[in-house]
Design a protein around this ligand. Structure first.
Ligand SMILES: *Cc1c(COP(=O)(O)O)cnc(C)c1O
Length: 368
């Protein structure tokens, strides 16, 4: 890969394919795979990533919001798209673009049926989400009678799947809790299906669920972070390749005398002569202010350069006193070796947050 001359996010579609194949290898032949491409495909590029995945042996996509699904349709995605967290205001658009909404409460279900009636739909595909312990979104099992009653009074919608979401599938210390969620979901789905005269798909696992709970693969699994190269576990990370690399360059080098300050609020004061490099990437690009003042670092010529002073909107400054480097040199924020997971740990975050923080201002480049 050539040296970069500005801040770029490199997206390695070969790594994506590798991760896709790893996840596939965990599934048996009759388990479908859904790719979660919400939040710009975890900060990469939802359209390019989805178009690429669509040509592999994939069954489904999921996004969080209706507008994310609309963008995929406009880009040429024809596979079914599950919308995990739709809002009634956008139900109209959802139907127009044939997006399949998750129904997570009676309020949402009522709204959607009304819209489906208005738009003269028959058997419009929806997905029923049950809460089994995450307590975030979803019907409770006591809602079941109410849901079935509504379903039986309208021909407008049809349940394509019943699903639930695990709260701690990556955490071995929470295995008992997770097994409870799986058991609860098995009971709920069995009861639910018994009352319908057809059989919707059943799904519950995210990436860590896929790896840790093969008994809960059911008809389909939903993978996000794994496709992008992280497995929430060093033993799994070994088999995955991070897809996104964030790189930038050195814009300028300064040498501070002892006692001189650096950046806004004079947050850094040189206690000795200090060489600093200014980089064209700031909090508006996804580098949280929490990385400032020595908490975060970048990689320059294989050495760690700490981020010093406050993170600015468009820039950060790093210390390079002991690093042999020049203006114009390439800087790695994260890549396959210096991973987003490692860097995120510096501020007690997770790769999910660091990856999705990379803003739309950063240019994307694709390796095929
Ligand atoms: C985001 C999300 C996923 C993907 O989870 P990963 O841990 O990234 O694999 C799956 N299911 C639901 C409901 C989600 O919101």
């Amino acid at each position: 890969m050539s040296k970069v001359q500005e801040t770029v996010l490199e997206i390695d579609l070969r790594a994506l394919k590798h991760n896709f194949e790893f996840i596939k290898s965990k599934l048996n032949n009759n388990t479908k795979l859904l790719a979660v491409v919400k939040a710009f495909a975890y900060g990469s590029d939802a359209e390019e990533v989805s178009l690429y995945l669509q040509n592999l042996d994939l069954d489904y996509f999921a996004v969080a919001y209706v507008y994310e699904g609309v963008a995929l349709r406009k880009a040429g995605i024809t596979l079914p798209i599950l919308v995990l967290h739709p809002q009634p205001d956008n139900f109209n658009l959802a139907i127009e673009y044939h997006l399949e909404p998750s129904m997570y409460s009676l309020r949402i279900l009522d709204h959607f049926i009304l819209m489906a009636e208005k738009k003269k739909q028959i058997n419009y595909p929806v997905h029923i989400k049950f809460n089994t312990g995450l307590n975030r979104l979803g019907f409770s099992k006591t809602d079941m009678t109410g849901i079935i009653k509504k379903l039986k009074t309208t021909p407008t919608i049809k349940v394509k799947s019943i699903f639930s979401h695990l709260a701690a599938s990556e955490d071995v210390n929470e295995a008992a809790f997770t097994k409870n969620q799986i058991d609860a979901f098995k009971l709920i789905s069995k009861k639910f299906i018994k009352q319908l005269d057809y059989k919707p798909m059943v799904h519950q696992c995210n990436t860590s669920g896929i790896v840790n709970y093969p008994e809960a693969h059911f008809d389909m699994v939903r993978s996000g972070i794994g496709l992008y190269g992280f497995g929430n576990d060093p033993k799994i990370n070994k088999f995955l390749k991070p897809v996104a690399s964030l790189k930038t360059v050195i814009s300028q080098i300064h040498t501070l005398k002892k006692g001189e300050s650096l950046g806004y609020n004079r947050a850094f004061i040189a206690s000795k002569p200090t060489r600093t490099a200014t980089l064209p990437i700031g909090h508006a690009d996804g580098i949280s202010r929490q990385f400032g003042n020595g908490n975060g670092y970048v990689i320059i010529n294989t050495k760690k350069a700490p981020i010093i002073g406050n993170v600015c909107m468009d820039m950060i400054m790093v210390e390079v006193t002991h690093i042999n480097c020049n203006e114009g040199d390439e800087v790695i924020i994260f890549d396959k070796e210096y991973t987003a997971e490692n860097l995120s740990e510096a501020i007690r975050s997770i790769p999910y947050e660091l990856l999705t923080a990379v803003s739309q201002r950063v240019k994307r480049f694709f390796y095929r």
